[in-house]
Design a protein around this ligand. Structure first.
Ligand SMILES: Nc1ncnc2c1ncn2[C@@H]1O[C@H](COP(=O)(O)OP(=O)(O)OP(=O)(O)O)[C@@H](O)[C@H]1O
Ligand SMILES: [Mg+2]
Length: 273
């Protein structure tokens, strides 16, 4: 079924959707969505408000049930699986709204991401046991490595509530990376950020792609960023895929321009200004 032949343990397609439907009451939030996300690279999903971008993330990560079609992660059917099973199979995500615990430190927030990677109970199972202590030390070491990678190494002991907006977003991404995913879903990671924070975030996404061997799937409103950063762009409108391809081709697709008509400055947006 994969269109590129690769070794069986490393299929070329990280994520596949075949004719996926999601319905909320009378609203058809996704209509027969088919999409291939190739291993490696940054794949952006764009579209006007209400186009179904977040629903797409919710559907593939098991947070809403699909009413038709199939979803495959690294070649395996995952639709119908519970969200935690999908996470354990290698999909991690962040949310459109911040989800950092303000009463926990950065270190503790990141440790939550280790949950899927650990043998049951290391946290609660008698810390007096040397094996449990070794396991805890191993987890903390991993968390600290990730913290340095996402540029939070100096903030490990800070409270989640004391961080800047940009740093809280980095905690969310760090926590997702702590799960050691093969696919990372980021829902509007630079929304509400100033230009300095936005370029730091773009740099982090390139690091994740180039150095961590993780496929990044990105929902983003900042067109300039999408066009500069993404290797592949899919455009949703009214729950349907209207275009999918390299950024330069998508940018010039008349269907895409039409999807954005009515959005102020649509052509500027698409030109990345
Ligand atoms: N839980 C839900 N219950 C009912 N309707 C929903 C639910 N989630 C999404 N919808 C509807 O599905 C459609 C797609 O919404 P979705 O949040 O996926 O859009 P989006 O592309 O992420 O938009 P935005 O750019 O504003 O984040 C909208 O019409 C929305 O109102
Ligand atoms: Mg959304």
């Amino acid at each position: 079924m994969n269109d590129v032949s690769m070794s069986p343990d490393r299929p070329a397609l990280a994520l596949q959707l075949h004719d996926v439907d999601v319905t909320f009451g009378g609203v058809r939030a996704l209509q027969s969505v088919s999409l291939d996300v190739h291993v490696g690279g940054i794949h952006a999903v764009i579209g006007p408000n209400g186009a179904g971008k977040t629903t797409f993330f919710n559907a593939v990560s098991g947070m809403v049930r699909i009413s038709g079609g199939e979803v495959l992660l690294n070649g395996e059917r995952i639709d119908g699986w519970a969200a935690n099973r999908i996470a354990a199979a290698g999909m991690a995500r962040t949310f459109q709204n911040l989800a950092v615990f303000s009463n926990l430190t950065v270190r503790q927030n990141l440790l939550l991401g280790r949950h899927v990677q650990t043998r049951a109970g290391w946290f609660s199972a008698g810390m007096a046991l040397p094996s449990a202590r070794r396991e805890a030390a191993r987890q903390i070491e991993h968390v600290e490595r990730v913290a340095h990678l996402v540029d939070l190494g100096h903030l490990l002991d800070s409270g989640g509530g004391d961080l800047s907006y940009g740093d809280r977003k980095r905690v969310e991404i760090g926590r997702a990376l702590c799960m050691e995913p093969s696919v990372l879903l980021l829902d509007e990671p630079v929304a509400g950020m100033n230009s300095t924070e936005t370029s730091r975030m773009a740099k982090l996404m390139r690091t994740i792609r180039d150095e961590m061997d993780i496929t990044v799937l990105l929902v983003e409103h900042d067109m300039g960023m999408v066009m500069r950063l993404a290797d592949h762009v899919t455009v949703l409108d009214f729950g349907r895929v209207v275009a999918s391809g390299p950024p330069a081709a998508v940018q010039e697709d008349p269907k895409v321009i039409e999807a954005y008509l009515g959005v102020k400055g649509a052509s500027d947006l698409l030109a990345g200004h």
